[in-house]
Design a protein around this ligand. Structure first.
Ligand code: FAD
Length: 495
């Protein structure tokens, strides 16, 4: 049968391996780390289990689809629940608001706590659904770089409804026009961060994002986020995919318009005397690193590679020796000046001294993730991508600011409750996953052309080279990465 090499076992690489295997390919996955999943991985420390990267799970059907494609029932491999409560919000002035999955309950909460008319919320969520319908088939399920995408009924529907996408307005502007209460504007502006963008720059089109969480739902995998990676790796192995860990691809050899060899190193040593030949290659490595490091002599798609990158993150993993009933699975502690926070991040490339803090606690749903009477805290602070800042200093400062903010909100000094700690920052995200500048979501979406400035899922120069993952079309985040694998492999004929 025909053979395929996949560079990287991020979520998109694993999904692509499954899809190619179902098509009849013999697939080898090369992974530089000792473990699969890239950003979607996990670890344990002193009895606390942590998901390392993503914590919010939307569109679970895209994971189920991979099992179904392989003719398997997903349940024995992978199970999840739908959350009743999507997030708890906290403000410094003492305001607290719970976003319920049930629309009526959420609307009532917004009316009671903020005095905002329920009709505004309903209109916003309906608008989000409309935007999703217009863009879904056009942007999310197809290659933007094939003529057929632009010449069919879905495209026509898109053209006719283009004004509803509000590409000429910023997200913040649209939300200010929609809501009276600044706290609700802030709450919905937050969704820009789901793909690492700035609500004061990104087009209102990205108001499609809340549709996933509020209209389709937020979910929790029963084994934690790592369950997504582990179950899909198991499925891939069951289908005959071979994983090669600690094995880095260092070069792609090309002749004319084909990739003819994959050069690898295992544990820093040359793994094979000659480049390995494959019928096709899919790179799940960041597109910038793929060109700069693996194909330095090929023509570089400079315009795409040089696009501004999305934000990154500073993550504290804290084992906490107390439980907090007022906290849920997802919690947000908002900053007082949201605009200043984004200005600091995107214009000054630094961290604000009053950052918004996202706190995820999986032990709320999975008690064995922490020792009895303890909680596993994952704190994410949106951070600028890496341009050589003094991170050690920024981390120490931010740690103090976060402890101050949370201690004040929870009415107890949390510093002595931290019994173990790990930190992930833009530098380590970059070195662990090869993401350019440690960006979490590839290019930023801070201008209205961003969707067209992500690389296609196939190479224009090499016939047998494809790209998947958060740095290429359709974008970052688990659902879009899974779709990138679908789009890329749909372009490939069965083996
Ligand atoms: P990556 O995860 O980037 O992995 C790429 C893999 O390729 C790595 O394992 C790397 O070692 C390997 N590799 C690279 N180069 C080579 C090479 N030359 N040879 C061999 N192997 C190589 N998304 C959500 O949907 N919800 C969230 O809540 C969310 N929160 C996030 C929070 C954090 C802290 C982070 C870091 C990300 C978050 N994201 C979230 C984004 C999401 O994690 C990513 O978009 C997604 O996981 C990226 O997957 P990927 O397929 O692009 O590969």
């Amino acid at each position: 049968s025909r053979t395929a090499a996949i560079i990287g076992s991020g979520i998109a690489g694993i999904a692509a391996a499954i899809r190619l295997s179902v098509k009849g390919f013999q697939v080898d996955v090369f992974e530089a780390n000792a473990y699969p999943g890239g950003k979607l991985s996990g670890f344990t420390q002193d009895g606390f289990r942590f998901d390392a990267g993503p914590s919010l799970f939307t569109l679970p059907q895209l994971v189920d689809e991979l099992f179904q494609l392989a003719g398997r029932d997903p349940k024995p491999y992978f199970d999840y629940i739908r959350l009743d409560e999507t997030c708890r919000y906290f403000w410094d002035d003492g305001t607290r608001l719970t976003a319920w999955a049930d629309r009526q309950a959420f609307a009532r909460e917004v009316e009671t706590v903020l005095g905002e008319s329920a009709s505004h919320l309903v209109a916003h969520l309906e608008d989000s659904a409309t935007k999703y319908r217009i863009t879904e088939k056009l942007f999310l399920h197809r290659s933007l770089h094939k003529l057929s995408t632009w010449c069919n009924r879905d495209a026509l529907f898109g053209y006719l409804n283009l004004p509803k996408l509000e590409v000429f307005k910023t997200m913040n502007r649209a939300n200010e026009q929609r809501f009276q209460h600044p706290k609700l504007v802030q709450l919905f502006n937050r969704y820009a961060t789901y793909n690492g963008s700035d609500p004061y720059q990104t087009p209102a089109t990205l108001n499609i994002i809340p549709h996933l969480e509020y209209n389709i739902g937020a979910f929790f995998p029963k084994d934690g986020m790592i369950g997504i990676t582990n179950s899909l790796v198991q499925l891939a192995k069951d289908l005959g995919v071979r994983f090669h860990f600690n094995t880095r691809v260092t070069e792609l050899r090309t002749t004319g318009n084909r990739v003819v060899g994959v050069v690898t190193q295992t544990n820093g040593q040359d793994a094979s005397p000659a480049p390995l030949p494959y019928d096709l290659v899919i790179s799940n490595m960041d597109i910038v690193s793929t060109f700069r490091r693996l194909l330095p002599n090929a023509r570089q798609p400079e315009r795409i590679l040089r696009q501004p990158k999305s934000s990154s993150g500073l993550i504290f993993y804290w084992g906490i020796s107390q439980t907090f009933p007022e906290l849920g699975l997802h919690n947000i502690f908002f900053s007082q000046d949201y605009r200043a926070e984004f200005d600091a991040m995107f214009r000054q490339q630094t961290l604000s001294d009053d950052p918004t803090v996202y706190l995820n606690i999986t032990s709320k749903h999975k008690p064995d993730d922490a020792p009895a009477n303890g909680e596993n805290w994952f704190l994410l602070i949106n951070a600028p991508n890496n341009s050589g800042q003094d991170w050690d200093n920024l981390i120490a400062r931010t740690r103090r600011n976060v402890i101050r903010k949370l201690s004040q909100q929870l009415g107890v000094d949390i510093a002595p409750l931290i019994v173990c700690e790990s930190v992930l920052d833009p530098r380590s995200i970059e070195s662990r996953t090869s993401s350019a500048q440690g960006a979490l979501y590839g290019n930023s979406s801070n201008n209205r052309f961003a969707a067209f400035l992500r690389h296609a899922n196939f190479s224009h120069q090499f016939q047998n080279l494809y790209f998947v993952g958060g740095s290429v079309h359709p974008g970052g985040g688990i659902p879009l990465c899974l779709l990138s694998a679908k789009i890329a492999t749909d372009l490939i004929a069965d083996a």
